[in-house]
Design a binder for this molecule. Structure first.
Ligand code: SAH
Length: 493
């Protein structure tokens, strides 16, 4: 069998939009994705439903053994002819060991491409308002590891050359050894007043930045309890932050929203939340399946008679219905019964495909058939008195990649707010919990629940999900206000 293709892809430092277009395309095509601990897990929602995901949670200090396993995995899958993406945080070549991994592929004559990414040292500094070079302040920068091969983990660096030869220095993996780093730099000629900056979780909304000098930064960082992942920047350029800090301190800085389904109606809201500094993870956690229902659908379509009333529950149900008719080799004109829409939006969708319908509220229905996906039908059934029939066109499942992304977003604390903007979203979220066995308590322990609209809040209460923040409309100013209210909640601390 011909060997596959391996793409080494730089995922960027955190902000999901900082992956390259080329990298994203490779990710979407991958059969196998082998990903690191420091990538934003939301990127996984982009992969194919059936892609195999392999986590290689490299922990600091546990490189050696793991590295062999990773290389073996890449080889195994490439040899099976698969398209493999090796997804690495930041840039694959900056402390990312792409050299070793690609070398092995070259030895085995397996094709590969390396797609660069934005490295944390460049992105996190710029998101803190610090450009690495500046005509007046710095003509050079160096990227240096703060973790080294010595027994105590301190880096093996020619401190004298570093301190005297470069104007801006960026250390990776160095927080643990910050005291050693600053002491050595001072000892070797850098003034102790030289500005220094530490940025944790750079480019995420939860980015934290501590600014000081070589003399003070180690203590400041210890007090602020800043741990990895963080970079350290040393040099005069750090002072520019006073003018250029564009990312911090926006109204929603530090907030990260999970919206469990993607709806066109939320487009403006998502853009505004992001503009105000929040991370927004908006994704359909549920995927539709319809192939397994084909037989059943055919039988039900054949049973529709002129005495029935077909009720379309959503615009999607209209297209799914037409698709089913076509796939089954039937003709729409054979369906003789009157047609109804649940609301005006559905009515206009039907009109666009040449079907005139009446709104359900205008008539008393006697033999309705509810047309839609399983959740829609389940949710709507109670509104129709008497005997209803159902034409279920799809059921929901949770794709493995979405489960992986969701679990990691929660477990790695990338999400602190669950945003529910409609009853549909609530139903989808509840269905997600039901299908996956994810504990509702576990999720609620970590997130603040922000709800939009009265009906949404009633449905949440009915399902014993406490609403922590409430706004009437999808209005970003109101959302900001809702967070300002002095309702101090333990889990938000
Ligand atoms: N290849 C990666 C670096 C891997 S080494 C890149 O190009 O960015 C891991 C180190 O990168 C961490 O210890 C930390 O120093 C730094 N790092 C990665 N992501 C970061 C982030 N979002 N903010 C700050 N530092 C980060």
């Amino acid at each position: 069998m011909s060997s596959g293709m391996v793409y080494f892809v730089g995922a960027g430092p955190g902000d999901v939009d900082l992956i390259t277009v080329k990298g994203k395309r490779a990710l979407q095509q991958a059969d196998v994705v082998i990903f690191d601990r420091l990538i934003n897990p939301f990127l996984l929602t982009d992969v194919k439903d059936d892609a195999k995901l392999i986590y290689c949670g490299k922990q600091p200090c546990k490189h050696t053994l793991r590295q062999e396993d990773i290389q073996r995995e890449i080889l195994i899958h490439a040899r099976k002819g698969k398209t493999v993406v090796r997804l690495k945080g930041g840039d694959p070549a900056v402390f990312g060991r792409v050299g070793e991994e690609a070398e092995l592929l070259a030895e085995h004559q397996i094709d590969y491409e390396i797609i660069p990414g934005i490295t944390a040292g460049i992105a996190a500094t710029m998101y803190s308002g610090v450009p690495l070079t500046h005509r007046k302040h710095s003509n050079s920068f160096a990227i240096v590891t703060g973790h080294g091969s010595r027994d105590d983990g301190t880096p093996n660096i020619n401190w004298n050359h570093l301190a005297k030869g470069v104007e801006t220095i960026v250390f990776y993996m160095g927080v643990k050894h910050l005291k050693t780093i600053t002491t050595e730099l001072i000892k070797n000629g850098k003034a102790k007043e030289t500005a220094a900056l530490v940025v944790q979780w750079g480019t995420y909304s939860k980015q934290r930045t501590i600014e000081g000098s070589l003399a003070t930064i180690a203590n400041q960082v210890e007090q602020a309890n800043i741990t990895n992942p963080a970079i350290i920047v040393v040099g005069d350029v750090v002072k520019l932050r006073a003018k250029l800090a564009w990312f911090d301190n926006r109204a929603l800085t530090g907030k990260s929203f999970l919206i469990p389904s993607k709806e066109e109606a939320n487009k403006k809201l998502v853009a505004s939340l992001t503009k105000q500094g929040a991370d927004v993870f908006e994704h359909d956690l549920l995927t539709e399946e319809s192939d397994h229902l084909k037989q059943e659908i055919l039988q039900q379509l054949k049973l529709i008679s002129s005495e029935h009333e077909l009720v379309f529950l959503s615009s999607k149900s209209v297209s799914a219905f037409l698709k089913a008719i076509g796939e089954q080799g039937l003709d729409l004109r054979e369906i003789y019964c009157p047609i109804f829409s649940i609301d005006e939006a559905v009515q206009s969708t039907l009109q666009m495909v040449g079907i005139q319908s009446r709104l359900v509220e205008e008539v008393h229905l006697t033999r309705p058939i509810l047309v839609g996906g399983d959740i829609e039908v389940e949710d709507m059934k109670a509104n129709f008195a008497g005997a209803t029939k159902e034409l279920i066109l799809s059921t929901k499942k949770v794709a493995k990649k979405d489960m992986e992304a969701f679990t990691r977003l929660i477990d790695e604390q990338h999400v602190n707010t669950l945003l529910l903007t409609s009853c549909t979203e609530v139903s989808h979220f509840l269905k997600f919990l039901e299908i996956t066995d994810v504990s509702k308590e576990r999720v609620l322990e970590q997130v603040t629940v922000l709800c939009i609209g009265r009906d949404t809040s009633l449905l949440l209460k009915e399902n014993k999900i406490p609403v922590d923040r409430y706004v009437e409309k999808a209005d970003v100013t109101k959302i900001i206000k809702a967070f300002e209210k002095n309702l101090i909640l333990a889990k938000e601390s």
